[in-house]
Design a protein around this ligand. Structure first.
Ligand SMILES: [Zn+2]
Length: 450
């Protein structure tokens, strides 16, 4: 009898371990407005020469907190921003460590890459000349932004309650590869034959009474339906998608994470009406998932973070000196930055690149990569980890430049070379970049899958 009972207990324990339902989860969500209080320079396009004019869609920071009963926790903080620079990421991480004991590996930051959000100094400061007043406004905005991001997380922690998580996926069809081969090399134009990843993963958080509290969803596409002629603050398609979902599921918070969108653009593009149209089709994909049975996610949380030193190709001092005397103002501005760094003996040959993984139960893993990651990384990571329930996010932690694959680097073009100038980075990257990133990916995946 005792033996039979012991066997049953062992079986149930194993079942719980396999399905990840060993404990309970607490969850909370919060949001904060990040609309600037004054007109301000928007970022993302070099053609803009004046400050913003009005608000088409209220940009926000949104936070989701999940905590397991063994004390493991994760904070996912999404933003309607072009990118989060390193210093802002560090500032927010320090504040959340002080206030809530959030470890760096437990904090996942993501930017929607909307090109209709304020500039955050000094990201992409090379693309325009700013007056002292312009710069002051932008720096002040960045300081307030850090506080707003922390407030969103505070609100999520203060609303913790028992929750259930579930996942599902669908797809949306407006993302296309934007690297078109031409006699002049790879140009920025729609390439219907190029690689894409149109998956729309959805993580649902609901109360034990069945109320949907939050929907986290992703898509691998530049948030650039609006062009450089737009001066209205806006979350672009991702902002509209979040609003449409929140309208349909009243009382919930929708959070958008950008996937590996470095070489992906929405098509067609160029108007506010098209931004709404793409937002609608993405929201529809999310609602299709929610209206079908979803897969329950176990109550186990694992997080891991690594930094890897990515090598940049040598760019000799003589070339910086000739850039300084040349006609190209962008090359001149970059050369000024790098001659100063070089003169001070700072390291300009490597970039310390963060890679992070968050695993929820055994069903869902978010692999979060920094920078404007091209789609090859997502496709390869899903091939290497076919059973991980993987979503590969780019634009996470910090955005410092594009992250080309070896293929894109060898092909050349904007994502491989020219963009490095606008980001004020040396380079391009060394061809080993893809293998170096995947070494770090395997390390974090091993740790969350133990
Ligand atoms: Zn971009």
């Amino acid at each position: 009898m005792r033996c039979w009972f012991h066997g049953l207990c062992t079986f149930l324990l194993l079942l719980c371990w396999r399905t990840g339902i060993a404990g309970d989860l607490l969850g909370g969500v919060g949001r904060a407005s990040i609309v600037p209080s004054t007109p301000i320079f928007l970022s993302g396009y070099a053609v803009r020469e004046k400050v913003s004019q009005g608000v088409a869609h209220p940009i926000q920071a949104k936070a989701m907190v999940i905590r397991a009963d063994d004390g493991q926790q994760v904070v996912i903080l999404t933003t309607d921003l072009l990118g989060i620079p390193h210093h802002l990421s560090e500032r927010v991480a320090e504040r959340l460590m002080e206030k809530h004991g959030v470890l760096r590996s437990q904090l996942m930051l993501n930017a929607s890459h909307t090109h209709a959000a304020p500039m955050i100094w000094p990201s992409l400061s090379i693309i325009a000349e700013y007056s002292g007043d312009d710069q002051r406004l932008v720096v002040q905005y960045g300081l307030q932004l850090a506080e707003r991001m922390v407030e969103a997380v505070d609100a999520a922690f203060s609303s913790l309650q028992p929750v259930r998580l579930s996942i599902g996926t669908d797809s949306a069809g407006f993302a296309y590869n934007r690297r078109l081969p031409s006699p002049a090399g790879f140009i920025n134009s729609q390439n219907t034959a190029g690689p894409v990843d149109r998956q729309v993963p959805v993580l649902r958080m609901e109360s034990l009474q069945g109320q949907v509290l939050a929907l986290l969803f992703g898509y691998a596409c530049h948030n650039t339906t609006l062009g450089g002629d737009n001066y209205q603050i806006c979350g672009d398609y991702a902002g509209f998608a979040q609003s449409y979902i929140e309208e349909e599921l009243h009382g919930s918070i929708a959070l958008f994470m950008t996937g590996c969108a470095g070489d992906q653009n929405p098509y067609p593009r160029g108007t506010m009406a098209l931004a709404r149209q793409h937002g609608r089709s993405l929201a529809d994909a999310v609602m299709r998932v929610v209206n079908r049975p979803m897969t329950p996610v176990g109550a186990e949380i694992r997080t891991a973070r690594e930094e890897t030193a990515l090598a940049l190709r040598p760019y000799p001092t003589e070339r910086y000196l000739s850039d300084l005397t040349g006609e190209n103002k962008y090359l001149q501005r970059r050369a000024r930055l790098y001659m100063e760094a070089y003169n001070k003996g700072w390291d300009i040959d490597t970039y310390h690149y963060p890679v992070q993984a968050i695993r929820l139960g055994r069903e869902f893993t978010i692999l979060a990569l920094a920078g404007e990651v091209v789609v090859d990384y997502s496709l390869r990571a899903k091939r290497e980890f076919p059973d991980a329930g993987l979503f590969v996010a780019g634009y996470s932690g910090e955005v410092m430049c594009y992250i080309p694959s070896k293929r894109v680097l060898l092909e050349g073009g904007y994502e491989a070379e020219d963009s490095m100038i606008y980001y004020g980075m040396p380079g391009p990257f060394d061809e080993r970049i893809e293998e170096q990133v995947f070494e770090a990916i395997r390390k974090v995946m091993r740790r969350v899958r133990r």
